[in-house]
Write a protein that binds this ligand. Sequence first.
Ligand SMILES: Cc1cc2nc3c(=O)[nH]c(=O)nc-3n(C[C@H](O)[C@H](O)[C@H](O)COP(=O)(O)O)c2cc1C
Length: 440
Amino acid sequence: MDFPRILSGNWDKPNSHTLAVARSCGTYSRVEMALKKAPSELIQIVKDSGLRGRGGAGFPTGMKWSFVPGPEKRGNKPVYLLCNADESEPGTFKDRYCMWKDPHLMIEGMIIAAHAIGCKVGYVYIRGEFRYIYDRLWEAVHEARAAGLLGENILGTGVDFQLHIHLGAGAYICGEETALISSLEGEKGQPKLKPPFPAVEGAWHCPTIVNNVETLAAVPWIIQNGAAAYKALGTEKSPGTKLFSCSGHIRKPGVYEIPLGYPMKDLLEIECGGLLPGRKLKAVIPGGSSVPVMTPEEVYKCTMDYESISTVAGSYLGSGGFIVMDDTTDLVDALTNLLRFYAHESCGQCTPCREGCGWMYHILCRVRDNCATAEDLVTLKDLADNIHSKTICFFGASAAMPVQSFLLKFKGEFLARIEAASKGIPAGSSVTSPEQRVGA
Ligand SMILES: Cc1cc2nc3c(=O)[nH]c(=O)nc-3n(C[C@H](O)[C@H](O)[C@H](O)COP(=O)(O)O)c2cc1C
C-alpha cells in the first residue's frame, strides 16, 4: 500500500537515531518553518488536521492545546509540555520504537508543540524500565542542544525551549496524566480528580499539556505538509496514520504504521503475516490490554479506526496494542494473566479498584485452578460492573473491561472449565491444583 510513513519512515536507515542522519532525512527542517508562525496558527493547523492523541483516549490534539489559558489569564505562570513516554500497557510497544529508532522526530515535535502553547520548559517522562532508551534520548537531547535546536534562542529566532528527561520508577499508573504529573513533582504517583484538567492546572499548579510520544512525532509532518494532506490519510473522523504494536500468535510480530481506516483483517493477514499454520483465530484485543476483547467475526468486519472498532465491536483503538490469540489459547489463563497485572499495578487510592482488582484476580485463579463454581462468574461480573466508572481515574475501567468483555463474548469457555472441573475433568493448558502451586 502506498502512503507516507510519517512516523516510521526513517526507522530502517542505519544510525537513524543520530542527529546527522535525522537531519539528512529532513528532521528539524520543520522547526524553522514552525517558529516563524504565530502559536495560534500552529494550533489551528493541528486542529484542522484532526490529529487525535495516540496515548489511548484519542482526544483531539489541537483542541487540547487551545485549552491552555493565554498570558492574560495565566499571569506569570509558566506553561509546561510533558511527553508521556511511560508506555506500560501490556501489548503496547510502539513508543519505545519511536524513541529508539528516531528520537529526534519526537524532539522536533516537542519544540513545535512548545512554541504553539507558549512553553519554555518541557519534560519527557519515560518509563523506569527504559533505561537503555533514556541513555539514547539523553544523547539526542544533547546533540540537539549543541546544534542550537534546544535551549535559548533556538536557531536565532528568539524562542527558548529547555528539554529535560525524567526516568520514572516503573509504575503503570504513572502513565495516567495526573499521576505522571504528581510523580514528576516528586509526589506519590497517584491520579487526581479532573477538573481541573492539566491544560489549565497541571504540573506545579501551572498549565500543562501532556501528549503521547507518537502524537508529538506526528506534528512535524503536519506542519510541513499541511492539515489537508494529513486529513487526506485515514478516515474523516480518524485522520492520519497510526502505529500498531502487533503481538501474539502471528507470523510477523512487530510495530506497523498504517493509515487509520485500514481493514483489521488486512493488518492481521498482510502486515502480521497471518496466523501460524493450521491455527484458527480465536480472539483479538485491538488496543492494548485495557480494551474489550473481540471475536473473529468482529475482527473480519472492522477497520482500524476509532469509530469502527467502537461501533462494530464495542471496543477501542486505545494505544494500538494489537494482541492476537489463536485457537490454542486458553482464555481463562489469558484473562487471569491480565488481571494479575491489574491487581499488582492498582495504585490503591480508590477502594473499588484496590480491593476489586485483587478480588477479580483471585476468582479467576479459582476458575483456572478448577476450584470455582458458576456463582463465582456472577460475582466476577458484579465486581467488574462495580469497578467501572467508580474510580478517580480510568485504571478501574481498564481492569473491568477485559473481564466484562471476556465474560460477554466467551462465557461458554469459562462455564465449560467450571463444569468440567465439577465432574473431575481438569481442562485447560496449565492446570495445576492450588496445592501444586503452593509447593512450586
Ligand atoms: C492507567 C492509565 C495508564 C496510561 N498510560 C499511558 C501511557 O503509558 N502513555 C500515554 O501516552 N498515555 C497513557 N495514558 C493516557 C494519559 O492519561 C493521557 O490521556 C495521554 O498521555 C494524553 O496524550 P495524548 O492526548 O497525546 O494521547 C494512560 C491512562 C491511564 C488511565
